[in-house]
Design a protein around this ligand. Structure first.
Ligand SMILES: Nc1ncnc2c1ncn2[C@@H]1O[C@H](COP(=O)(O)OP(=O)(O)OP(=O)(O)O)[C@@H](O)[C@H]1O
Ligand SMILES: [Mg+2]
Length: 343
């Protein structure tokens, strides 16, 4: 992953690369948002690699692991004897990233207390190691990433507004793979090559049917899912082109066209053909309503003149994720998976 350049040929991809290349030349804080597996960390590494800081380290920090006292210890380090058991001194991640980039991943997972501490640090980049009075000056660039909608988190008082704006100097949204399927072939070619060479196995190929299935699939796990899929199939070494049925795709995520096949419907029973047609209609209707409302479930339910709860039930029935219709915006956490609240 370290040396991988983000690949893509879609307009969306090119716009992101152009934007990040310009931002990389500055020291501006970058906030990268997008659903899981779209390449947020890869793009953060791209910014670092294209900045004047590239001779120095890129240090990723998973904010979910920073809690309470531990946060200051992890970020700022401590001197020997700062607390029970703290015998040798420890530098901390801010010091490790000196002159380079500190990547705050999953920044939404910080507790409010930790957000306050982070904000204080970001204001002048000064910090103290635990147990030490001396104030140190850090020289680090901050890039943060999240797969949640931070704006909503701010509205719900789960994320501090001042920190949100401190981090969001240069906002960059990475769209779901589903929204930039022009990138698919390039990614498949690259992953088949990479997978074969890293496992020392033969490069796999795909039948037209398999490629079509991949084009029609919604890739809820985005590029990570695609990469895993290719790795898995490389390991299998089928000795023939991969067929659609070999693909380890999620069952519930069939496309409407797959569900309703006119040729098949002519040969199946009346009831089964009717049921297929209803499924096809429901999927088409729901996705169109979501497309028209930019993935907003409440608005889509209103437009359909359906109760919001009933509309959500239908989305679950067809495994349709509204986040995929939000112009690449990250899923608000996590309307789609709150099945328990619905029933
Ligand atoms: N444009 C791309 N070109 C090549 N590989 C990519 C691209 N985007 C993502 N990948 C690969 O997909 C995988 C997931 O990327 P990454 O970890 O950066 O995603 P993420 O958005 O940070 O996901 P999460 O939110 O789950 O942490 C990595 O192995 C990465 O190398
Ligand atoms: Mg990540």
């Amino acid at each position: 992953m370290q040396n991988q350049e983000p690949l893509g040929c879609s307009k969306d991809h090119q716009e992101i690369i152009d934007k990040l290349t310009k931002i990389a030349r500055t020291d501006a804080e970058v906030l990268i948002t997008g659903p899981s597996g779209v390449g947020k960390e890869l793009f953060a590494r791209f910014v670092h690699a294209n900045s004047h800081r590239n001779p120095w380290p890129f240090i990723p920090v998973n904010c979910g692991t920073l809690t309470g006292e531990l946060m200051e210890n992890e970020l700022f380090g401590h001197i020997a004897g700062a607390f029970t058991g703290a015998r040798p001194s420890c530098d901390g991640l801010v010091c490790a990233a000196e002159s380079g980039t500190l990547f705050l991943d999953e920044v939404d997972t910080l507790s409010i207390t930790c957000q306050v501490k982070l904000l204080r640090f970001l204001q002048d980049k000064q910090y103290r190691r635990l147990g030490e009075n001396r104030l140190r000056q850090a020289n680090v660039r901050i890039i943060a990433a999240t797969n949640t909608d931070l704006e909503t988190a701010v509205e719900q008082n789960l994320f501090r507004k001042d920190l949100f704006f401190r981090l969001r100097v240069a906002p960059v949204q990475i769209p779901a793979l589903h929204h930039r399927m022009e990138d698919l072939s390039l990614l498949i070619d690259n992953f088949t090559e990479k997978s074969a060479s890293s496992y020392g196995l033969s490069k796999i190929s795909f039948s037209d049917g398999a490629l079509e299935r991949m084009q029609n699939y919604s890739w809820p796990g985005n590029i990570r899912e695609l990469e895993n899929c290719v790795n898995f199939l490389t390991c299998l070494q089928l000795g023939r082109p991969v067929e659609a049925n070999d693909l380890p795709l999620l069952n519930g995520v069939k496309t409407a066209t797959e569900t309703f096949d006119t040729n098949k419907s002519e040969t199946s029973s009346f009831n089964s053909a009717k049921s297929n047609l209803i499924t096809y209609f429901e999927q088409q209707y729901l996705t169109n309503a979501l497309k028209r409302t930019n993935g907003n479930v409440s608005a889509a339910a209103r437009l359909s003149e359906k109760d919001r709860r009933a509309f959500l039930e239908l989305l679950h029935k067809h495994a349709i994720n509204p986040a995929h219709y939000r112009n690449g915006a990250p899923a608000s956490k996590d309307e789609f998976h709150q099945k328990k609240d619905i029933s």
